[in-house]
Design a protein around this ligand. Sequence first.
Ligand code: AMP
Length: 372
Amino acid sequence: MKQIIKLHDKFFKPYIGADKLKQAVKRLVDEVYNDLGEDEEPIFIGILNGSFMFAADFVREYPANCEVSFVKLASYEGLNSKGKVNELVGLSEDLTGKTVVILEDIIDTGNTLAKIYDIFEHLPVKQLKLVTLFFKPDVFKKSLHIDYIGISIPDKFIVGYGLDYDGFGRNLKDIYQLKDSKMKNIVLFGPPGAGKGTQASLLKDYYNLIHISTGEIFRCNIREKTELGILAKSYMDKGDLVPDKVTIEMLEKQVDKDLDVAGFIFDGFPRTKSQAEALDVFLAKKGEQIDGMVALEVEEDELVKRLLERGKTSGRPDDQNETKIRNRFNEYKTKTEILKEYYDKQGKYYGVVGLGNIDEITRRLKKVIDQL
Ligand code: AMP
């Protein structure tokens, strides 16, 4: 599965896959070949370092005789394109009378392109063509001609397939995009029956977050009779917690499905200290963290009443019998409640009174979440 990656201090998310790159390269080759014709023997000149992978794939696809060379024109040093472009190095071929096709990895402001034109236009070539794999139309400031464009992209920093961030990332087969937005990640906490599910579905719409309820995912798996569902059922029916390893793996898979979102509301996860620790490690790998644990505080006796009431309509076996319900509270008290302390130590615990009508409680929760 494709992941968020870290290069130096920055995080990048998967953006354009190798398959799509291959298609774009193939299309560019076809366009160039159709224009030049089978009798033309062009010299392809890749602009180093960024174009080495693109140029290699491009010329491998090219169906007619051709020459290949590389020159160097450094322009990026950090995340921003600099106005100044260095001198050209490495051109040893005599290009007189030749069809020259420049292969660029990316054109953004057009500063590098201007320098290329400056140099090549004064050479006695037969014709000069320019191919770029990526193009950023929003920042291109020049009125220079580009003959062939592979993929137009927004003005966001990318790495991979030859392109780097301060030297790293060139070896990646796919293109990754700088992940710039900070997510809002909330653990909605509270004992069984506190109203986490109800509140989470209201909050997710309001804040545009993804709601992940581990209980709901397990129930869905039970309905679909998956291997995971069959395993989880044996624990859930008794009101026991499903083993950490299983739950953590499932949660991580679920989060990885949605890499580019405003954030998550975790409902029913974490439920043990090792789940909380695993979540911290997992999010840190993506440059993310839990911003707050927001807990609905409700008395146990009130909750038992609520759950027995819910059991009449929910169809959940673990809601229908007081012994099972009491066991869920026991699990909560012995394994889950300590998480208050876990998040409190990090200054992330926020208790909210969970008694009252739904709107009232939502308002209280929003007041806390707005500040996170
Ligand atoms: P819930 O819908 O959150 O009340 O969860 C229902 C049941 O699913 C729990 O009683 C557990 O058996 C199981 N479950 C849900 N989330 C977790 C978790 N994070 N860790 C272990 N078991 C869980």
